[in-house]
Ligand binder design. Structure first.
Ligand SMILES: Cc1ncc(COP(=O)(O)O)c(C=O)c1O
Length: 437
């Protein structure tokens, strides 16, 4: 390692909180599309996209140019103090592009967790009820309420209690866990039965304000639920006056080949939480949904100092334009197909490749112990680490830490994709071929 690397590493270790995780200790210098260069001149292909934040890629030229102009106008007058056009236009645009043929409104915030918190606040106010239902394996953030709604105990919850009251986690199907004896259809029916039982055994539906569901579980390992299950959840909401919240923070903005993943299930959620790829890397989030529900909160009850920052709103308006102009929904599908084909192609070479899942460009592969079929977190970590060392930024996920997930910018070029997949193939062969038989 160079002197410069050691210098930054020392500062990181001495002054930055240990609780903040780093995939590696390189220091970014410039980034464009799906490529990052560090201060030492190393190049990385980015399959992490700032954890799903960069569907339009790093420093998209149109966004960068536009924001430079915006910077000269004003930075943050504060929407609660004086309005500005970008917030208004984005609020309108989000109501237009989200599913649901009804009057909608938007509130803009900063982070994903803040959007989920606000969706719950709004649902509680609207229904006059307290209980919140999320799902096993779900991830919704790191604040007290969203941590309480999240599943994975380590590292997200361990030692951080007490958790928020009136939060309950319902079952969510994972076809990889289906018992061999059951057909897929029978397994889904069984989970729906468990869901119905949950509303008898755990919480009464008439006390539930909202059900918050990731249409595809992100941190949980890119778990894609059966359509019948999602429809069953929606039906329970409709029958019991529960607000259905689709948490699209990771799945939104073309990642799954549709602007919002919930569209794959032909469902119109009452509220949708958005963030991450909404603003090309700027901290921005929002809750969009039925006007009647959103307006149950009175003036002053929602908001925040930086919520709906104008630079972030300008970036988001451009993102929405770019998704359409560059046909990113179609690109997501093609990109996903290529990554899936690559993974299918190497399965015969290694016994450690477990289930492969895909919806659009949301692709994941499980790494398992071939002897037992059990998740192999340590091996997954080694593959990710080796890929990182060789110039590919890659992320793991999954409740058992054995899932490699792909969140590359959707604008990734063929050359960048091939270079990334080559590095990944080398990482697989370096790590997996060394496994004892
Ligand atoms: C589905 C989902 N909800 C909420 C969050 C929390 O977002 P943030 O980290 O911006 O608070 C995330 C972050 O990964 C997420 O994937």
């Amino acid at each position: 390692m160079t002197e410069q690397f050691e210098y930054y590493k020392a500062i990181r270790e001495q002054y930055v909180a240990r609780g903040v995780g780093n995939g590696n200790l390189h220091v970014a210098d410039t980034a464009s599309g799906a490529t990052i260069k560090d201060v030492e001149g190393n190049t990385f292909i980015d399959f992490a996209g700032a954890i799903g934040t960069l569907n339009v890629g790093h420093t998209h030229p149109e966004i960068t140019k536009h924001l430079k102009e915006q910077l000269d106008k004003f930075i943050h007058p504060g929407f609660n103090v004086i309005m500005y056009e970008s917030y208004l236009k984005l609020a309108q645009k989000l109501t237009e592009i989200t599913p649901g043929d009804f009057a909608k409104k938007t509130i803009l915030l900063n982070s994903g967790a803040e959007a989920v918190e606000n969706a719950v606040k709004i649902a509680r106010k609207y229904t006059g009820r307290q209980a919140v239902v999320s799902f096993v394996r779900g991830f919704h953030g790191r604040t007290n309420l969203t941590m309480s709604m999240t599943s994975k105990v380590r590292p997200y919850k361990y030692g951080f209690g007490p958790f928020a009251p009136e939060v309950y986690q319902a079952p969510y199907p994972n076809i990889s866990e289906k018992p061999d004896a059951l057909s897929e259809a029978a397994y889904v029916d069984q989970v729906i039965q468990k869901l119905n039982d949950f509303f008898i055994e755990t919480v009464d539906p008439t006390e539930v304000a909202c059900i918050v569901m990731e249409p595809v579980q992100g941190e949980g390992g890119f778990i894609i639920p059966d359509c019948k299950f999602v429809k069953a959840v929606k039906a329970i909401c409709e029958e019991n006056g529960i607000v259905f919240v689709a948490d699209e923070i990771q799945t939104g903005f073309a990642r799954t080949g549709k602007t919002f993943a919930i569209e794959h299930f032909d469902i119109e959620p009452d509220l949708i939480t958005v963030s991450k790829s909404l603003a090309a890397g700027f901290p921005l989030s929002g809750v969009v949904g039925k006007a009647e529900i959103i307006d149950s909160a009175n003036p002053g009850e929602l908001g925040g100092t930086y919520a709906g920052n104008p630079l972030a709103c300008e970036a988001a308006l451009k993102v929405i334009e770019i998704i359409e102009k560059e046909q990113l929904n179609d690109k997501a599908e093609t990109l996903g197909q290529r990554i899936e084909a690559f993974l299918q192609g190497i399965t015969s070479s290694y016994d450690n490749i477990g289930p492969i899942r895909r919806l659009g460009a949301m692709v994941a592969v499980e790494i398992v112990d071939p002897a037992t079929g059990e998740p192999d977190k340590a091996l997954t970590g080694k593959i990710v680490q080796t890929a990182n060392t060789n110039g590919l930024l890659l992320l793991s996920a999954g409740i058992k830490g054995n899932v490699i997930r792909f969140l590359a910018p959707l604008v990734i070029t063929d050359d960048e994709l091939s270079a990334g997949l080559n590095i990944l193939e080398t990482a697989f062969s370096e790590v997996l071929s060394k496994q004892p038989l």
